[in-house]
Write a new protein. Sequence first.
Length: 233
Amino acid sequence: MKRLGFFGLLAAVALTMAGCGGGKQQKVEFEKDTTDVASINRDSTIYGICGDGSAMNTLELLTDVGDTMNISVTDAKDADKVFGGYAVGDRMAVMMKDKGSAKLVINLSMLLGNWVMPNPIDGSSETGIAIKEGGIVEGIDQSSIIYKTWRIFNGKLEILTQRDGGGDVEELFLYEMVKLTPDSLVYRLPNANDNGKRDFLDGEELFEYSRQQEHKDNSHIELESSSFDDFKI
C-alpha cells in the first residue's frame, strides 16, 4: 500500500468532503424539482359515468377506476358550477370540495359537438370549434389556428393550439367554464394565473358559442307530378 504524503492526505480529505457536500446538494435540488413538476402536472379531476342512483342533488358516479361514489352537488349548484346537468349514462368530470361533496361538475357528453359563433371579421359566416371524443378538437372555418388536443384539467377546459405558419410553437390555454347547456357553451380565460398575471388571447376574454345546427338535405324529397285536373277552375 502506498502512503500518502501530508499534502496528499489533505487533498484527499478535501475531495471527499467536496464530493459528499456536492452529492447532498444535488439530491436536495433533484427532489425539490421532482416534487414541483409532479404538483404542476397532477389532475385532481374525477371521471366517470352518471349512474341510475342519481337524484336532484346527488350524483351517483361510476368512476373510471371502478368505484361507486354518491356525491352531493348542492354546493356546486349554489355556486353555479354544475355545467350541463347530468343524466344516466352521461360521462362526467367532477372536482371534489371534500369527501362527499362536489365543488364543480361538468357533463362531458354535453360538451361534445360543434360549437360556433358569428365570424368576428364580418359576421357573414360562422366560426368555432368541434370538440370530439378522445381529446380530438378541430377548428371550424378557422385557417389561422390549428387545434391539437383538448381535455379537462383540474376543472378547466385545456386546449392545445398551434398558429398556422408559426413553426412548431404550440400554445396551451386553460379556460374556465361559464355556461354549458344543450345549445350554449361559454368559457373564458381566468382573470389571473398562479403568478397573479392576467391571461388573454388576442385581447379577448369571453368566448360564447351556440351549438351548430344540422342542415337537412331536402334533395331526396320527391314532388308529386301535376295533372290536368290540378289546373281546372
